[in-house]
Design a binder for this molecule. Structure first.
Ligand code: GAL
Length: 958
C-alpha cells in the first residue's frame, strides 16, 4: 500500500464511494453478527492530512495511542472540545471547502472472528456504520474500502473477501469537517466521531438483500393487505394470520390495524434461501383525504415533540436503554408523535416507536441554515452539483426506515431554504414510497410537499390558518396544517400550550404540532453542572439556546412536560359549579375508554373526605358524555369543596403500570371562605418598636421584624423576577422583549422611599413610593397592618404613577426568613405554574422543601412559583392569602438568581427569601416564538391584596 495523504474526498460534494446501496435495516436475523463497539485505539490530528494512512496496515503499532469508546464522540472523551452554534457555520462559508484546521480522528480496532463465524464458502459479510460525523474513510486489513459522508445515516461495505479468522485490522479515519458539514448545519453541538454502532454482519449465500413491507389497512372492510417486495425471492409467513405467500404476492386478511394508540404488530418472517428475517408488521394506511392526513380512515391529531438524540455525557451516542426511556417518558406524558429533528435517529428508536406506539415524522439529515446569512446564495440545495449527495441522503433514510409502521410522514430536512435539489429529493421519495405524505417546512407554497407546515406561528395566525383565511397558493389552501415546531421550551415555559391546543381541537385543518424540543442538550460538566454554548471557549456560539427541552439534560421532566401532559390529555374531564355532573370527552383518535378506570374524590380544603369509582359509558373517539357525580358525602366539613376526577390505566400497559393517571379534572362545589381578621388589636409604640398583635415593627421604618417569635426581614413590594429566557426573547424578535425593556426601565433596581409611618387606633400604615432611579414612573404603595391579637393582616395597596406602558414582571411582596426547610401549602401543585403554564396545577394540599421547590433550569432564572395558594406554612409562619397568591421560596435572592449563569453559581445563604405574589406576568415562548398572549400580561394597574400572618401550628417541626 502506498503512503498517501490524499484528502480530496473531504471537500468533495459527492456522498462518497465504495459503500453498498442502502437497504432496509433490521435488528437480527439469526445470521452471524459481531458488534465492533467497544474500546478502540485513537489518535487525534489537527488537520486532515497530518498523518499518512500507514496506521491502516497490518502490524502497525498503536500501543501509544489513546483509547476511545466507540460509539462515542472524541470531543466528549477528552480530545478537543464541542462547539455549539444554532445556525452559523463555525467555519468560513466557502462551499465545499473546509478549514485546514480539521480535527481528524484515526480509530483503530483489531478483532478476531468468533469461532463459529461461517467460513467464506457460506457467504459474504458487510461492515456497517450506523453513524459517523462527518466524513469517514475506512480500511480493512490494509484495503481501502472507500469513504462516506452523511453523519446520521448508515453505510455498509462488502468485506467478506477481506476477513480472516484472527487479527483483522479495522482502521477508520474521521474528519470533523467535510463538504457534508455544509449539509448538516442543525442547531446542535458539533460532535465528531463514530457515534453509532459498528457491526460486522455475515451475509449468508442466498440472504435477504433489500425488502419493502407494504402493509395497508382498509378501515371499511377491516382487512389488511400485505405484500413484501424483496430483491431476493422468498416466502413471507405470518402464522398468527395464517399467511404464507411468496414475496411480491399480496394477501388480504382480517386484521387489527396499527395506530399510535393501538400499536398492534404481527410477527412474521421473510425467508429466502439463506436467511430468515423477522418482520414486525403493522397494518395501516396513511392518506390525504379531503385535505386531512387520515390514518386508517380517521384524521389524526399530532401531540408531538421534536426529538434530537441527546445524552448529557454521551452526546448523540445513545444506548438502547436511553432510547427506551425517551419513548416511555413520551408515552407516560400523553405524547403521541415525534419528529426526528433533524435527522433519522438510531434505527432502534423506530423499533421502539413501532412497539409502544408513536407517530413518527422521519426527517432527513439535511440543514443548510447558515446560508441565510448570505441571502441563501450558493445554497447547496439549489446547486445541481450537490444533488447526488441530497438524493443519497434521501435514499439512505427511506431505504433504512421504510418498514416501520410508526413512520407516517417523510421530511426532507430542516431549514435548508428552497431549491432544485429538494425537489429532486421529493420526487425520488414519492416515486419510491407513495404511501406516505411528504413534509418540509421550508416549502412555504407546498410545491413539493403534502402538508402545510410552519414553525412558531403565533396563536392568531394559527387560528387564521385553521379557518382557512391564510391565503397561500391554491395547492396549499387544500392541505392540512401542522406546526412542526412550536412552544419553544427554553428555560421556564413554554407558555401558551393550552391556548394552542384549544385551536388544534377546534379546527379540523389544524392537525397538531410538535413542541420544540424534547430535551435540553446540556453537557455534564464538573464545575458548571451542565455546560452550554460558550462554556468550551468557542469562538462563535449561541449560549444556552441549546437548552430548550421539556426534559432537563439528565432526563428529569421539567414543569413544561407536566403542563404538556395535562394539555394533551387523551380524555377531557371538565365541569363547573353546577349540577353535580362532569363532562367526559374521549379525545383519542382510535381507542375507546375501556383501558381506563375512572375515579372521583370529594375534597374539602384539600383533604379527601371520600372517594370512589366513577362509571363512565363507552365513548367512541370524539364523543362526550355528562356523567353524574355521587351526592356530596353527608357530614362533610364546611370549607372549600371540590371534586377531583381521574382517569387511570385500568391494567398494566407496556409503558406504564396500572393506576398511572392519564387525565384528571377538578369540579368546584363551593367557594373558599376568605380569611377574616377583625381589626381589634391596638398598635403599641415604645423603645424604637411598634407592636401590633403578634407583629413587631421598626418604629422608624415601619418594617415588620417579627411575627410571634419568628424573625422576618421586612416584607416590601417586589416587582422584579430573574428574567426567563422567554422574557429576554430571541434577538430576531420584532415584538417588544419585555425582559430587556424591564431592565432598561430599571425594574430590577427599584428604590423604596418612605413617606410615612402612621399608627391609628387599630392600624399601622406605612406609605411608600417604589420607583427606579432615572425614571419618573413608580408605584405609590401603602402597607396597612391590622390584627386581632393572634393574627396579623397586611393589606398592600399599590397605584402606578407615571407613564407605564409595559406590564410588570411580578407584583407582590418579598421577605426573608432566617430558617425554613419544610413547606406546606394548600393551593395549586405539585409543581410550578405561571399564568399561561398553569393547567397542570391541581388544587390540593402539597408539601415540599425549599430546595425541592427550585426548578433546575440549566441557566438560572425565575422559577418555582406555586399558584393559587390559599395558605402556606414555612419557617414557623402560616400565611393565608386574600385572594390566593403565588408562593416562591429560595435560599438566594432574586438578584443572585438573576446574576447566575449556571446552577453551580447559586450558593445557599442564611436567609430563605419568600415571594408572595398577587400577580405574575405570563411566560410565553418568545425565546423563539410569540410572547405571552395579552390576557396573561400583568398590567400595571391599581391593585390591592392581603396576607394574614400567624404562627404555624406545627412551627417547631418546620
Ligand atoms: C428552529 C430550528 C430548530 C431550532 C429552533 C430553536 O428554527 O428548526 O432546529 O433551532 O428553531 O431552538
Amino acid at each position: 500500500m502506498s503512503k498517501r495523504t490524499v484528502t480530496d474526498y473531504v471537500e468533495d460534494v459527492s456522498p462518497g464511494s465504495g459503500a453498498l446501496p442502502p437497504r432496509a435495516w433490521y435488528a437480527a436475523s439469526g445470521a452471524a453478527c459481531l458488534s465492533l463497539n467497544g474500546s478502540w485505539r485513537f489518535r487525534l490530528s489537527p488537520t486532515a492530512d497530518a498523518e499518512d494512512d500507514s496506521f491502516a496496515e497490518e502490524g502497525y503499532d498503536a500501543g501509544d495511542w489513546a483509547r476511545i469508546a466507540v460509539p462515542g464522540h472524541w470531543v466528549l472523551q477528552g480530545h478537543g472540545a464541542p462547539i455549539y452554534t444554532n445556525h452559523l457555520y463555525p467555519f468560513p462559508v466557502d462551499p465545499p471547502r473546509v478549514p485546514t484546521e480539521n480535527p481528524t480522528g484515526d480509530h483503530l480496532r483489531v478483532f478476531d472472528l468468533p469461532q463459529d463465524w461461517p467460513d467464506r464458502a457460506a457467504g459474504g459479510a458487510v461492515l456497517r456504520f450506523d453513524g459517523v460525523e462527518s466524513c469517514a474513510r475506512v480500511w480493512l486489513n490494509g484495503t481501502d474500502l472507500g469513504e462516506f459522508k452523511g453523519s446520521r445515516l448508515p453505510h455498509e461495505f462488502a468485506v467478506g473477501h477481506l476477513l480472516r479468522p484472527e487479527g483483522n485490522v479495522l482502521a477508520v479515519r474521521v474528519h470533523q469537517w467535510s463538504a457534508g458539514s455544509y449539509l448538516e448545519d442543525q442547531d446542535q453541538w458539533w460532535l465528531p466521531g463514530i457515534f453509532r454502532d459498528v457491526t460486522l454482519l455475515h451475509r449468508p449465500a442466498g440472504c435477504v438483500l433489500d425488502f419493502f413491507v407494504h402493509a395497508s389497512y382498509d378501515h371499511r372492510a377491516g382487512t389488511g393487505t400485505l405484500r413484501v417486495d424483496s430483491d431476493v425471492d422468498g416466502r413471507v409467513t405470518v402464522s398468527e394470520l395464517g399467511v404464507d405467500i411468496a414475496t411480491g404476492e399480496s394477501v388480504t386478511v382480517p386484521v387489527e390495524p396499527w395506530s399510535a394508540e393501538t400499536p398492534r404488530l404481527y410477527e412474521g418472517t421473510l425467508a429466502t434461501e439463506g436467511e430468515r428475517v423477522p418482520l414486525r408488521i403493522g397494518f395501516r394506511t396513511v392518506e390525504l383525504t379531503d385535505g386531512l392526513i387520515e390514518v386508517n380512515g380517521r384524521p389524526v391529531l399530532f401531540k408531538g415533540v421534536n426529538r434530537h438524540e441527546w445524552h448529557a455525557e454521551k452526546g448523540r451516542a445513545l444506548d438502547l436503554a436511553t432510547m427506551r426511556e425517551d419513548v416511555l417518558l413520551m408515552k407516560q406524558h400523553n405524547i403521541n408523535a415525534v419528529r426526528t429533528s433533524h435527522y433519522p435517529p438510531h434505527p432502534a428508536f423506530l423499533d421502539l416507536c413501532d412497539t409502544y406506539g408513536l407517530w413518527v415524522i422521519d426527517e432527513c439529515d439535511l440543514e443548510t441554515h447558515g446560508f441565510t446569512e448570505q441571502g441563501w446564495r450558493d445554497n447547496p440545495v439549489d446547486d445541481d452539483r450537490w444533488t447526488p449527495a441530497l438524493l443519497d441522503r434521501a435514499a439512505r433514510m427511506v431505504e433504512r426506515d421504510k418498514n416501520h409502521p410508526s413512520v407516517v410522514v417523510w421530511s426532507l430536512g430542516n431549514e435548508a431554504g428552497t431549491g432544485r435539489g429538494l425537489t429532486a429529493m421529493a420526487e425520488w421519495i414519492k416515486g419510491r414510497d407513495p404511501s406516505r405524505p411528504l413534509h418540509y417546512e421550508g416549502d412555504l407554497n407546498c410545491r413539493d410537499t403534502d402538508v402545510y407546515s410552519r414553525m412558531y406561528a403565533d396563536h392568531a395566525e394559527v387560528e387564521r390558518i385553521g379557518r382557512g383565511l391564510d391565503g397561500g397558493t391554491l395547492k396549499r389552501r387544500g392541505l392540512p396544517f401542522i406546526l412542526c415546531e412550536y412552544a419553544h421550551a427554553m428555560g421556564n415555559g413554554p407558555g401558551g400550550l393550552a391556548d394552542y391546543q384549544r385551536l388544534f381541537e377546534s379546527y379540523d385543518r389544524l392537525q397538531g404540532g410538535f413542541v420544540w424540543e424534547w430535551i435540553d442538550h446540556g453537557i455534564a460538566h464538573p464545575e458548571l453542572g451542565h455546560a452550554y454554548g460558550g462554556d468550551f471557549g468557542e469562538e462563535l456560539h449561541d449560549g444556552n439556546f441549546v437548552c430548550d427541552g421539556l426534559l432537563f439534560p439528565d432526563r428529569e421532566p421539567s414543569p413544561g412536560l407536566a403542563e404538556f401532559k395535562k394539555v394533551i390529555e387523551p380524555v377531557g374531564i371538565t365541569g363547573d359549579f353546577g349540577d353535580g355532573t362532569v363532562r367526559i370527552t374521549n379525545k383519542q383518535d382510535f381507542a375507546g375508554l375501556s383501558g381506563l378506570a375512572f375515579s372521583w374524590s370529594y375534597e374539602v380544603d384539600g383533604e379527601t373526605v371520600e372517594s370512589g369509582t366513577l362509571s363512565v359509558p363507552a365513548l367512541a373517539p370524539g364523543e362526550s358524555a355528562d356523567v353524574k357525580l355521587p351526592a356530596p358525602p353527608a357530614g362533610a366539613p364546611a370549607g372549600e369543596a371540590l371534586w377531583t376526577v381521574r382517569a387511570a390505566l385500568a391494567a398494566d400497559s407496556a409503558w406504564a403500570p396500572k393506576g398511572h393517571v392519564v387525565a384528571w379534572g377538578q369540579v368546584p362545589v363551593s367557594e373558599r371562605p376568605v380569611p377574616t381578621v377583625p381589626a381589634t388589636a391596638r398598635p403599641v409604640t415604645g423603645d424604637g418598636v411598634i407592636t401590633l398583635g403578634p407583629g413587631t415593627f421598626d418604629a422608624r421604618t415601619g418594617a415588620l421584624t417579627a411575627v410571634g417569635g419568628v424573625p422576618v426581614s421586612g416584607p416590601r413590594l417586589d416587582v422584579w423576577r430573574a428574567t426567563t429566557d422567554n422574557d429576554d426573547g430571541a434577538p430576531w424578535q420584532s415584538d417588544l422583549r419585555y425582559g430587556l425593556v424591564w431592565r432598561k426601565l430599571g425594574l430590577h433596581r427599584m428604590r423604596h422611599r418612605l413617606d410615612g409611618v402612621e399608627t391609628g387606633e387599630h392600624t399601622l400604615t406605612v406609605r411608600t413610593r417604589v420607583a427606579p432611579a432615572a425614571r419618573e414612573l413608580g408605584l405609590s404603595t401603602v402597607y396597612r397592618w391590622t390584627s386581632d391579637g393572634d393574627r396579623l393582616r397586611l393589606t398592600v395597596c399599590t397605584i402606578p404613577e407615571g407613564d407605564w406602558t409595559v406590564p410588570l414582571p411580578r407584583l407582590g411582596i418579598r421577605f426573608g426568613l432566617s430558617a425554613a426547610d419544610r413547606v406546606r401549602w394548600y393551593g395549586g401543585g405539585p409543581g410550578e405554574a405561571y399564568p399561561d403554564t398553569r393547567t397542570a396545577a391541581a388544587v390540593g394540599r402539597w408539601q415540599s422543601t425549599v430546595d425541592g421547590m427550585q426548578t433546575p433550569y440549566v441557566r438560572p432564572q425565575e422559577n418555582g412559583a406555586r399558584i393559587d395558594v390559599r395558605w402556606a406554612e414555612l419557617g414557623g409562619l402560616r400565611i393565608e392569602g386574600d385572594p390566593a397568591f403565588w408562593l416562591t421560596a429560595r435560599r438566594w435572592t432574586t438578584e443572585q438568581l438573576d446574576a447566575a449563569t449556571h446552577r453551580t453559581g447559586l450558593a445557599p445563604g442564611e436567609t430563605v427569601w419568600v415571594n408572595l405574589d398577587h400577580g405574575q406576568h405570563g411566560i410565553g415562548s418568545q425565546s423563539c416564538g410569540p410572547g405571552p398572549l395579552p390576557p396573561y400580561h400583568l398590567r400595571a394597574e391599581p391593585a390591592e391584596f392581603s396576607f394574614v400572618f400567624s404562627a404555624a401550628p406545627d412551627a417547631k417541626s418546620s
